[in-house]
Design a protein around this ligand. Structure first.
Ligand code: ZN
Length: 349
C-alpha cells in the first residue's frame, strides 16, 4: 500500500508500506477520502518534533479525518461486511483507563488521535494511506453518502460536542464564533436543535459566506465591522467559541464579551481558551462559561455525526473546497496551508 509520510517541516513523501493482515477485531479499510485539517497543516509546516515529552520518531503518517470501504475483515468482527462504506473514528482507545479496562473502549477517557503528536503520549500513525488497518470498533457504517461527505464526520462530531455543551437550545439565539470547519458545521447542525436564530462571526469573509450558505440568519465580520456584535439585537443567549488563531484571539475575545447577553452561556469548543481577564468580565456579567465535552462519549458524538451526515438533513456539498488525487498530496498540503476560510481540502486515495 501507499502512505503519505511527513519527516520534517515541508518534507512530505509518498512511500510503499506493508498493511499487514487484520488480527482479532480488526479490519482493513480501503481509504477513499481524507480531509486536511489544522492538525495536518501544522505537522506539514512545523515538522514532527512534537510537544515536549512526546516520543521521538523518524516519520509520521498524518491524517485523522478519513472514510472508505471495508476491504478485509479479521476474526471476531461482527456488523461489518466487505464493501461497507465507513467513516473512521480517529480516536484510538488508550487501553488502560477505567473505561477501557471495564470493556467500554468507546468511552475511553484518554484516547489518542490518529496522526497526531501529543505531550507525554506515544504518537499514533495516521490514516492518509490507501489501505488502513484499524479496530473494527473505529469504523462507523453509512448507507447513502459518499466517502468525501463521510470524511467530514470528525469535524461534525466536534461541532455536535460544542452544541451539546450548551445544553437546551430550543428557542435560544445562537452565535457561532470561529473560522474552522467545525464552526461552519455547528451553524448547519444548530437548525436541527430548534434554535430561534443562528449568527456566525469570523474574521474571514470566506467563512462568513460559507456560514450563510449553511443557514446562518446573519453574519458579522468582526475585523471589518467591529461593534456589530455589541448591538443589543445581535446579542446571543448561547455562544459557541471555537479556537482562534493567536494573532486575532485578543480581537475576538474583546468582541465576545459584548456579544453575549447578560446571563447567557459561552461554550469553549474544541479546547478553545480565553484569557483570565475575559473570564473575569464574563463572571461579572453573570455569563456562564463551559467547556465542550472532550473525552466522555466520544464515540457517541462521532456516531451521531455519521448518522446526521448520512441522513442528508444538512447540505454539505458546499463545504469541500477541492479534491486532489493522492499523487498530488504535496500540492494539496500547500493549498491547505495558504487556504483561508472554513471549507475543506480533501485527498482522494
Ligand atoms: Zn482508555
Amino acid at each position: 500500500m501507499l502512505a503519505v509520510v511527513i519527516r520534517g517541516a515541508g518534507d512530505l513523501a509518498i512511500e510503499g508500506q506493508e498493511t499487514g493482515d487484520p488480527d482479532w477485531g480488526q479490519v482493513v479499510v480501503r481509504v477513499e477520502a481524507g480531509g486536511i485539517g489544522g492538525t495536518e497543516s501544522f505537522l506539514y509546516q512545523n515538522g514532527i518534533s512534537g510537544p515536549s515529552g512526546c516520543v521521538r520518531m523518524e516519520s509520521l503518517i498524518p491524517g485523522h479525518e478519513v472514510a472508505g470501504r471495508i476491504a478485509r475483515i479479521g476474526p471476531g468482527v461482527t456488523g461489518l461486511r466487505v464493501g461497507d462504506l465507513v467513516a473512521v473514528d480517529p480516536r484510538v482507545p488508550c487501553g488502560v483507563c477505567r473505561c477501557c479496562r471495564s470493556g467500554s473502549p468507546d468511552l475511553c477517557l484518554s484516547p489518542r488521535i490518529l496522526g497526531t503528536l501529543m505531550a507525554r503520549r506515544t504518537p499514533v500513525q495516521g490514516a492518509f494511506r490507501d489501505e488502513f488497518l484499524c479496530a473494527a470498533t473505529q469504523c462507523v457504517p453509512a448507507a447513502f453518502m459518499d466517502a468525501s461527505a463521510l470524511a467530514l464526520s470528525n469535524p461534525m462530531a466536534t461541532a455536535l460536542r460544542a452544541l451539546s455543551g450548551a445544553g437546551e437550545l430550543e428557542g435560544r439565539r445562537l452565535l457561532v464564533v470561529g473560522n474552522s470547519t467545525p464552526a461552519a458545521l455547528a451553524v448547519a447542525a444548530s437548525r436541527l436543535h430548534g434554535v430561534t436564530s443562528v449568527a456566525a462571526a469570523s474574521t474571514e469573509p470566506q467563512s462568513l459566506a460559507l456560514a450563510a450558505r449553511l443557514g446562518a440568519d446573519h453574519t458579522v465580520d468582526i475585523e471589518r465591522r467591529p461593534g456589530a456584535l455589541a448591538r443589543p439585537e445581535n446579542r446571543a443567549d448561547v455562544t459557541l467559541f471555537f479556537g482562534a488563531s493567536p494573532e486575532r484571539a485578543a480581537l475576538r475575545e474583546a468582541m465576545l464579551v459584548d456579544a453575549v447577553a447578560p446571563g447567557g452561556i459561552v461554550v469553549l469548543a474544541n479546547a478553545a481558551r480565553l484569557s483570565i481577564k475575559t473570564q473575569k468580565l464574563f463572571a461579572a456579567r453573570g455569563i456562564i462559561l463551559r467547556d465542550a465535552p472532550q473525552s466522555d462519549g466520544q464515540s457517541k458524538a462521532f456516531r451521531e455525526a455519521v448518522s446526521l451526515i448520512d441522513s442528508r438533513h444538512v447540505q454539505l456539498d458546499t463545504l469541500i473546497e477541492r479534491h486532489y488525487p493522492m499523487r498530488d498530496t504535496r500540492t494539496a498540503f500547500e493549498h491547505a496551508t495558504t487556504h483561508r476560510g472554513a471549507t475543506k481540502i480533501q485527498i482522494a486515495f
